[in-house]
Design a protein around this ligand. Structure first.
Ligand code: 3PG
Ligand code: MG
Length: 394
């Protein structure tokens, strides 16, 4: 059994928390605070119950080298503002100074360590690196769901050094929500998938064939399926190497009676920008010179019908090139339809950076039942894979 924060006496202890503060930066400032805000409940519980908190995270992929552009300093500033307390910062996560700072923390204080990936030992799950990190705390908490698909020193190797170890509120909430979708959904369960990249999502579709009642596929990834069925997709992008996979998914869906809904019509463009002309085609007969950029009216209507007759809906990936005004209708309508579904009592879960960005762009996201902080970690758990960072805590 994995323990949560309720299992520990936090008073007077140093709680070392692995968080995922791998957030987007713009001009050196945090551009999106979602992951930082999502870690606050765990941090606050530890502080309120008399503990001191040491936080560690990676940011970007510095490949074991110090890179000032990937410093966690600006994340620390953001965090201090959100917690409304000053926080301590160490520019080397395993230096003697950093460990001394942790050992002298008083209850209610927070110490943020610099980017773990400035050391090669993090990603290589190095034993010595892990044992140095472990000196920061007496209790270890993993609240870095977004990183749980990695097997690194701060979420796997480090565990050997802790008798008292468990998960934070965020990881607990993520696991519960994915179980709700995969193990005991209120049916019908519908997966709404989009985005341009089909590669990372084949495993997920395959796994959902045995779980979901309906799979709606929009976005660029739909064209690989349409091409597989023999459709004329014009200049639309598709993945030639996955045509066979697409075909076997369609066959398997047929056998399992899982409904896969592909776009019926698309809004196509002759250029990849706002100056492009627009034309609607039936999806299977797009002319040369045109590429599908968004789902169109008939598809939106069909998807709406399926969504509104479902009780649990998981959405990942935009329906088209929604960053461009002309091709944003499909994604905007999906956001609106999901909101109506939620208001009608259906359970709506959303994951993936583009979908979250779309929700914000076309309104707000505060109505969604659950939004995952995971990218790769979310996709892997929805594929049914055990996440190393969670498994290691068992
Ligand atoms: C993510 O954003 O996907 C996680 O923080 C993990 O980062 P990584 O893909 O660089 O390992
Ligand atoms: Mg990633």
């Amino acid at each position: 059994m994995i323990k949560n924060l309720n299992a520990f006496d936090l008073k007077g202890k140093n709680i070392l928390i692995r968080v995922d503060f791998n957030v987007p930066l713009e001009d050196g400032r945090v551009a999106n605070t979602f992951r930082i805000k999502s870690a606050l409940p765990t941090i606050k519980t530890c502080l309120e119950l008399g503990g001191a908190v040491v936080l560690m995270s990676h940011l970007g992929r510095p490949n074991g080298k110090i890179n000032s552009k990937l410093s966690l300093i600006s994340v620390g500033e953001e965090l201090a503002g959100l917690l409304e307390i000053p926080i301590k910062f160490s520019d080397n996560c395993i230096s003697d100074d950093a460990i001394d700072t942790s050992l002298s923390l008083r209850p209610g204080e927070v110490h943020l360590l610099e980017n773990l990936r400035f050391h090669t030992g993090e990603e290589s799950n190095d034993l010595e690196f892990a044992s140095k990190l472990a000196r920061h705390g007496q209790i270890y908490i993993n609240d870095a769901f977004g990183t749980a698909h990695r097997c690194h020193a701060s979420n796997v190797g480090i565990l050997d050094h802790f008798k008292h170890r468990g998960i934070g509120w965020l990881v607990e909430k993520e696991i519960k929500n994915f179980e709700r979708v995969l193990k005991s959904p209120d049916r019908p369960l519908t997966l709404v998938l989009g985005g341009s990249k089909i590669k990372g999502k084949i495993g997920l579709i395959d796994h959902f064939l045995t779980k979901a009642d309906n799979i709606l596929i929009g976005g660029g990834m739909a064209f690989t399926f349409i091409k597989a069925q023999g459709g004329e997709i014009g200049d639309s992008l598709y993945e030639p190497s996955l045509i066979d996979n697409a075909n076997s998914i369609l066959e398997k869906a047929n056998k399992l009676k899982t409904q896969i809904h592909l776009p019926i019509d698309v809004l196509a463009g002759n250029e990849f920008d706002n100056s492009s002309e627009e034309k609607v085609f039936n999806t299977s007969s797009i002319q040369t010179g045109w590429m599908g950029m968004d789902i169109s009216t008939k598809t939106i209507g069909a998807f709406e019908h399926v969504i509104m007759s479902s009780n649990t809906i998981f959405w990942n990936g935009p329906m088209g090139v929604f960053e461009k005004e002309k091709f944003s209708t499909g994604t905007r309508r999906i956001c609106e339809i999901l909101k109506t579904a939620k208001e009608a009592g259906k359970y709506v879960i959303v994951g993936g950076g583009d979908s979250i960005a779309a929700l914000k762009k076309f309104g707000n996201d505060n109505w969604v039942n659950y939004i995952s902080t995971g990218g790769g970690a979310m996709l892997e758990s929805l594929e049914g894979k055990q996440l190393p960072g969670v498994k290691a805590l068992n």
